[in-house]
Design a protein around this ligand. Structure first.
Ligand code: SAM
Length: 230
């Protein structure tokens, strides 16, 4: 019933979790996890009325209304201390928006008691890793997958006892993804090289001098090539 992307996210949700799925849209993830009895309670948070109504409808038709509730609100504002949420999923948005939702949530103490974050950014993975490490999270797992021609990364984080030491390369490519450079990882970064090449071609058409911006793109291509060598 779930897409491969959401099924992979579901695989990181521990048994008996109390889940908040922020930006839930249709609420497929919390409804399926409640029906499978993986979660004992779940919230489907939505900031837009249309998706919020479709979440409420999905909860009703899935027959999980006793354990799942749809709430209309911005980001983690929908979480109340009495919900005892311990797992948060935020999927299918840009990494920048996910970081902003987490930052707002942190400032409002919504992350207190949350033991695991499962995040699926559509882009901006580097910025998201930077936010996590800067706020004393430890990335405990990562995965990369392809579905319908799109490549997605999933980042799983938990509170760290001490700040993690991350290199620039690990922020960009992902510590776990670097340890197992699978076909999907290679495909993603080969296509990044193609994008860089296209940018360089159009820049070089505009001017013959190598400027700073071009040098940055060349450095990025060289970095990716270096990573893909092994
Ligand atoms: N999480 C689902 C998934 O991965 O299939 C739905 C992803 S959908 C592309 C993104 C959803 O996030 C939209 O329904 C949008 O309304 C919602 N959203 C965007 N910003 C939000 C915010 N600040 N708080 C709550 N929901 C938000």
């Amino acid at each position: 019933q779930l897409s491969v992307r959401l099924e992979t996210v579901a695989g990181f949700v521990p048994e008996n979790a109390r889940l908040a799925d922020i930006g839930s849209d249709h609420a497929y993830l919390p409804c399926v996890l409640a029906a499978r009895e993986v979660v004992s309670f779940a919230l489907a948070g939505e900031v837009v009325k249309g998706p919020f109504e479709s979440a409420a409808e999905q909860i009703r038709t899935s027959g999980v209304g006793d354990r799942v509730s749809a709430r209309l609100g911005d980001g983690m504002d929908v979480i109340e201390p009495t919900d005892h949420i311990d797992v948060v999923t935020i999927c299918g948005m840009g990494g920048d928006l996910i970081s902003k939702i987490l930052e707002k949530g942190r400032l409002k103490d919504k992350l207190v008691g949350v033991e695991r974050l499962i995040l699926q950014p559509n882009n901006g993975e580097k910025k998201l890793r930077e936010w996590l490490i800067a706020h004393q999270y430890k990335i405990i797992d990562e995965t990369i997958l392809e579905e319908n021609g799109k490549i997605y990364e999933i980042i799983v984080a938990e509170n760290a006892e001490t700040p993690e030491n991350y290199s620039d390369l690990e922020y960009t490519f992902g510590r776990f993804l670097l340890q197992n450079k699978n076909e999907t990882f290679r495909k993603k970064w080969l296509s990044e090289i193609d994008k860089c090449q296209y940018i360089l071609d159009s820049m070089q058409k505009a001017s013959n001098d190598l400027n700073d911006k071009e040098q940055q793109v060349i450095n990025k291509v060289n970095e990716i090539k270096e990573v893909l060598k092994s």
